[in-house]
Design a protein around this ligand. Sequence first.
Ligand code: COA
Length: 220
Amino acid sequence: MTDSSLFAPLLPPCVKIAEMDPRDSSIGALEPAEQRVVADAVPHRQREFAAGRQLAHGLIGDLGYPRTPLLAHPDRSPRWPEGLVGSITHCEGRVAVAVGRSSEVMGIGIDIEPCAPLPAELGPLVLTADERRRVDAWSAEDGSLRSRWVFSAKEATYKAVYPLTRKVLEFSDLEVFGGPMGFVSVLRRQAPPFPEGTSFVGHRAAVGGYMANAVVLRPT
Ligand SMILES: CC(C)(COP(=O)(O)OP(=O)(O)OC[C@H]1O[C@@H](n2cnc3c(N)ncnc32)[C@H](O)[C@@H]1OP(=O)(O)O)[C@@H](O)C(=O)NCCC(=O)NCCS
């Protein structure tokens, strides 16, 4: 079943969102060229890939575009049809896709994570010392989830900006400020077209055991 309960409140109306359980996806519903991409993948990867493509085809069709295979660049970022931008995310039990017209949005980044602590060894890789100090000050939230929130905020921001920068960012290249309702990611190096210091606004929510972070870049 497809719904949009998790991300819909985080996105402007011009961004279309769809979500599903990957166990309901079917690799047979994809275009042959898409099926070939995951022909040798493990079943879990085939299902999440199939769910992402099924949802994307539905949204692209809703926006009035013809159905064509949604393939990827060598770096794995999807090749959205000319005139559209979008983002795909998956985790156990949930896949989400967001798509918008590039005349209305410059970039979209969505990330879904389980509401579970980030493995302790990842904390120092993901959070700077300042970020650690700031999230430790959040009061109204399960402390074990704070690092996961920052991780997901950085992943969502990265996905929104990457199609414009084509630059791989390190976790330390983004500094996240914010609290339970939303966040701002600040770019700590230049990544053309974005100068150092650019702020990206994100929204977040937790529903049904999942946390969702979303960043939408509006034209300036
Ligand atoms: C893309 C990335 C951020 C998240 O991928 P992930 O951990 O597999 O998590 P998700 O399931 O949420 O997202 C995967 C989807 O992101 C999309 N994606 C992959 N690379 C992408 C990129 N460079 N830019 C935008 N979207 C990308 C794909 O659609 C992919 O799904 P698909 O292969 O089924 O099409 C991660 O894999 C990556 O490339 N990391 C390197 C850079 C990084 O993390 N830096 C630190 C953050 S600043």
